[in-house]
Write a protein that binds this ligand. Structure first.
Ligand code: PHE
Length: 459
């Protein structure tokens, strides 16, 4: 059913949609947490290296598959290989995207609720300069509740659903073209505010002054994992979006632009978060509770004498997070939707509804695992943690290994060269370097990351 496929309408739309997929919780929440845990600037350097050496080639590989096949991810790999093993690679990504979306919407629901908490003054009202326990109580109370997080989560996936059913140009592209520029403006405003906090100097020092003694094998592997997650690699999102690229799009340039935007946003998020954290005696290694417990308190402490500024900064920050999560969720939603609609031959609206229902049901389980289902565990992990672990630690590197081996060793190199140069055969040296990395460097590094994630290998 490929006859009705539309393409993205403009280069700007492509960059905004793909950057929208990449920029998400990974940049604004996970990146500062990982940077804090792994010693600041030294981690940042390894991260940038990982984006450049591994991330960009893998993004190019995914773009190649999608644009070449002009079909959903599962069908795309089948078009490139008749073998049952390699041909089903795309199908694994479809499952992966579905699973990530199922727990991503839970956190997205929390973000939505915190935007409301901030806008209606709740976060300002419970501020106590000497003690952050009010914020801990607020978060734990909300996340472990049965209905409120589920309602927020369903509301959030319905927003993504609406954009998907409007179609590629009128939904995904249009939403991204509005939301992403808004996101950049908010980021810039927040960066400026953050430079005026008392902790600005210490925060920036922590982020930009490398202390290599803090760097170990573990932090290097975390940087690789973080870069993959942040760039939305291996889960079919970029491959699916690339299937809506016209044959004129320059794939390599597009991948470089998106990786640059993604990294700049992550660094800007660091510039916003660390000065606030350093203005408020909070440990920068504070862990995943950073966004919902430490930060609201930090924002209010940092601008202690100016409550109105704390209010504006905190509200803008959660609006920023909502925009970032929404555009990422849309890209995750599109992967199974495109697959179901094309492979099962059903209407796009019906396909999107099936995905919304499946993810909402799985999301409910993840949400309840913070409260009444917290005792349901497997290998010491609750349902939410299991989804996160299975996708980020297992499926992401595993798909990465398979994709690099497939493109590097199995696909005809002339096909890759002709697709990546748009049949002009210019700049083939760049393509050769990319294929070389995909063939040798990327699979090796990914195998090490994967085994380390499983706890089977340390160096
Ligand atoms: N890149 C997104 C983020 O930074 C997360 C994501 C991962 C989205 C994989 C799609 C696929 O939040």
């Amino acid at each position: 059913m490929t006859q009705n496929r539309t393409n993205f309408g403009s280069r700007f739309g492509i960059i905004m949609a793909a950057a929208g997929s990449a920029v998400g919780l990974g940049n604004i929440w996970r990146f500062p947490v990982e940077t804090g845990n792994n010693g600041g600037a030294a981690f940042l350097l390894v991260y940038i290296l990982s984006v450049a050496v591994l991330g960009i080639p893998l993004m190019v590989a995914e773009f190649f598959v999608g644009r070449y096949a002009h079909s959903n991810t599962a069908t795309a790999y089948r078009k490139l290989s008749k073998s049952a093993f390699w041909g089903n690679l795309g199908f694994i990504s479809v499952i992966g995207a579905n699973l990530i979306l199922s727990y991503y919407i839970v956190v997205a629901g929390w973000v939505l609720k915190y935007m409301i908490y901030s806008a209606n003054g709740t976060l300002s009202a419970i501020f106590n300069a000497s003690d952050a326990s009010n914020y801990t109580a607020l978060f734990n109370g909300f996340a472990s509740d049965v209905w409120s997080p589920i309602i927020c989560m369903v509301f959030f996936i319905l927003m993504s659903h609406c954009s998907i059913i409007l179609g590629v140009q009128k939904g995904i592209e249009k939403f991204s073209k509005i939301f992403m520029p808004m996101l950049f403006v908010i980021l810039i405003v927040l960066v400026v505010f953050s430079l005026f906090t008392p902790g600005a100097k210490d925060g920036l020092y922590f982020l930009f002054h490398p202390d290599f003694s803090k760097l170990n094998s573990q932090s290097i592997l975390s940087a690789v994992g973080q870069s993959f997650y942040s760039l939305s690699l291996c889960m079919g999102c970029l491959c699916t979006y690339a299937s809506y690229f016209s044959k004129k799009v320059n794939i390599v340039n597009t991948a470089v632009s998106i990786s640059l935007i993604d990294s700049i946003v992550a660094i800007m998020a660091g510039i916003i978060i660390f000065p606030a954290v350093f203005s408020s005696n909070i440990d920068p290694q504070t862990g995943p509770s950073l966004v919902f417990i430490a930060l609201p308190s930090a924002f209010h402490q940092a601008f202690g004498n100016w409550p109105i500024i704390s209010y504006i900064v905190s509200t803008l920050f959660y609006v920023l997070l909502v925009l970032a999560t929404l555009t990422s969720a849309i890209s995750l939603h599109e992967v199974p939707t495109a697959y179901i609609s094309e492979a099962w031959n059903v209407k796009r609206t019906h396909a999107a509804t099936i995905v919304t229902i499946i993810c909402s049901l799985l999301g409910i389980l993840c949400s309840l695992s913070m409260g009444i289902l917290s005792d349901v565990t497997l290998f010491d992990k609750n349902i939410f943690e299991l989804f996160d672990y299975t996708t980020t630690t297992l499926m992401l590197p595993l798909c990465g290994i398979l994709i690099t081996v497939f493109i590097g060793w199995k696909v005809n190199k002339y096909l890759i060269v002709s697709e990546l140069t748009n049949n002009t055969y210019k700049n083939t040296a760049v393509v050769n370097i990319i294929v070389w990395i995909l063939k040798y460097v990327a699979p090796l590094l990914l195998i090490v990351t994967f085994l380390n994630g499983l706890g089977l290998f340390e160096f």
